[in-house]
Structure formats: C-alpha cells, structure tokens
Design a protein around this ligand. Sequence first.
Ligand SMILES: NC(=O)c1ccc[n+]([C@@H]2O[C@H](COP(=O)([O-])OP(=O)(O)OC[C@H]3O[C@@H](n4cnc5c(N)ncnc54)[C@H](OP(=O)(O)O)[C@@H]3O)[C@@H](O)[C@H]2O)c1
Length: 323
Amino acid sequence: MKAIVYYNCGSPDVLKCEEIEKPVPNDNEVLIKVCAASANPLDWRLMRGGPYIVRKLFGIGKPKIKRPGVDVAGEVETVGSNVTQFKPGDSVFGLCKGAFAEYVCAPESALVLKPDNVTFEQAASVPVAAFTALQGLRDKGHIQPRQKVLINGAAGGVGTFAVQIAKSFSADVTGVCSTKNLNMVRSIGADRAIDYTHEDFTRGTQRYDLILDCVGNHSFSAYRRVLNPSGICVIIGGKELWSVLIRVLTAPVLSRLVSQKFIFFIAKLSKEDLTTMSELMARGKVTPVIDRRYTLSEVPKAIRYLEEGHARGKVVINLESAN
Ligand SMILES: NC(=O)c1ccc[n+]([C@@H]2O[C@H](COP(=O)([O-])OP(=O)(O)OC[C@H]3O[C@@H](n4cnc5c(N)ncnc54)[C@H](OP(=O)(O)O)[C@@H]3O)[C@@H](O)[C@H]2O)c1
C-alpha cells in the first residue's frame, strides 16, 4: 500500500509517498481502509523536530514516528479477535498512527461510528482539533450558558470547532481572525468577529469570562486586562515552541498570584468525546469547516500550506478517489 513516510526531520521535502506493507490488526485493533485524513500542526511540528535543545528535552532524535497523520476516517476492512463494537463495512473515524496512508490499524477504543449525515472528509477533520476545542472549553474553561467567550484564532482548525462548540453551550461568542475570515467566523455562529489586523481586542472595553487562545500572540498581562476577575484563559498553542514553553511554566505560577486562571493543556484521546462530537454533528450543531483538499501524494504540499499558519478550518487528505 502507499503511505507517507519520513526518515529525517526537516522541511516538508522529507515527506515521501512510498510503497510499504499493509498493516495487520492485533486482537484489539481494526484495519481501516482510509477514505480521508486531516492534517494538524502536530504533524509539521514532529516533522520539523524543533530546535536542538527541545529535541533533547523531549527525546526527539531521529524521528520516532516516521508515519505522520493521526486523524482518520474510513471503512472497516477487518477486525481483531477481541473487537466487539465494529464489523467489516462499518464507517468509522478517530485517532491512529500514520493516517496518511491507504490503510491503518487503530485500537477499537480510539474509534466511533461515523454519522450518516457526515462525509468522510468532515469526520476526518474532527479528532485532534475538536478534542482540543471541547476539552479546552468544557473541562478546563468550565464554559457556562450566556458567558462571554473569546476564541483567539477562530478561523483555524481548532478555532472553527471552538466557535461552534461554544455556541452549542449557549455562550456569547467572539471570534478573532483576519479580514478575509470575518464572514466565515460569523457564518459558523460567532456573535461577533474581531479583525485582528485592525483591532487589538486586548485594548478593548469588553470583558470576557473565558478566552481560548489558539495563537499565543498576547502577553498574560494583556489577557488580564480583558478577563473578568474570575475569568479563565485556556492556552492551547502558539507558533514558537519557546514561547509555548514559557507559557507552560508561567501559567500555574500566575494563577496562584491573581484571581484569574491561566491554564495550558494538551488534549487527550477520549472515546466519549468522539461520541460527543459525533452527536453534535449528527444534530447539525457542529459542521467541520474544510479549507483545502489534497491527495495522498500531495501531503507535502498540504503540510507546507498548514505550516504557513493561515488555514481556514481544516486541511484534508482525500483518499476516496484513490481507493
Ligand atoms: N494543546 C493541544 O492539545 C493542541 C491541540 C491542537 C493544536 N494545538 C496548537 O494550537 C494552535 C492552533 O491549532 P490549529 O489546528 O487551529 O492551527 P491552524 O489551523 O494552523 O490555525 C491557523 C489559524 O490561525 C489564525 N491566526 C494566525 N495568526 C493569528 C492572529 N494573530 N490572531 C488570530 N488568529 C490568527 C489564522 O487565521 P487568519 O488566516 O485569519 O490569520 C488561521 O485561521 C497551534 O499552535 C497548535 O500547535 C494544541
């Protein structure tokens, strides 16, 4: 089968589409014929490897994961002997290793059935980005109806899910994005959209109960100005690894000193949350926003585009035409 592999960290040029052996599921796994996969910043971060000191700190030498891609949707081809929830022919989506391939194996615990009203591309857009948005808003941000919630980076993979998920909790949602994405961010439910090229929301008069920061481009003191006294700022990322590391270290310290909370977190695989997302999509509360579609051999192009940092929703790899 064809799969994207890489042997050394570097630019998207290290990604090669090669012929490798079709995987065989173990007892707890399902073999999936991949219909679609989606790309996440995680894919380019692992591919790049990061600065030398960060590679050392996190034990990243030669890439351990040589098969990028974790978000997958497809059809079950065979199941392991202990698998009880799926059978050949089922349409599923979830998390796996090496999703940019014609076939993958994934544990039963990392998959759910795809709702009929959702395409494979939409389903493949969900796992990492939606987990992050859902767990960030609900578990870390304790989102409540009518709260004022701001999503910084509302037009991206995580942000487009966060806007819709926050609306499903009946929050009052403000999305921050560039001029070209204002209408899209409003169209997915944001009550207002702020154009960061014209307005710095941290200098405005509006106060927020919850900020989900997908960009990491403002200081904690700037966020404090626009957070209510008991407000929560959930930080999920930032472009530069150094600035992310500094935030990881300073957030808990600051949270002890001031009334507002600053929380950095990493999303976790949760079958329950996959089910929640499946239900939200089946009920039409969340519709994944897909920006661009690429074929398997175009994965280097897809990753290069995502790495530019201006994707409009999710970047999807479509294998349906190849199957
Ligand atoms: N902690 C976790 O578990 C976790 C999980 C997933 C992702 N992440 C991290 O979270 C971050 C976002 O992930 P993602 O998948 O959403 O990335 P993405 O899809 O690449 O996000 C791109 C978006 O960022 C927006 N953006 C860029 N500069 C901006 C600015 N100054 N103000 C507001 N928006 C801006 C862009 O909008 P415009 O084009 O309008 O500028 C674009 O829509 C990444 O750093 C990623 O590594 C963390």
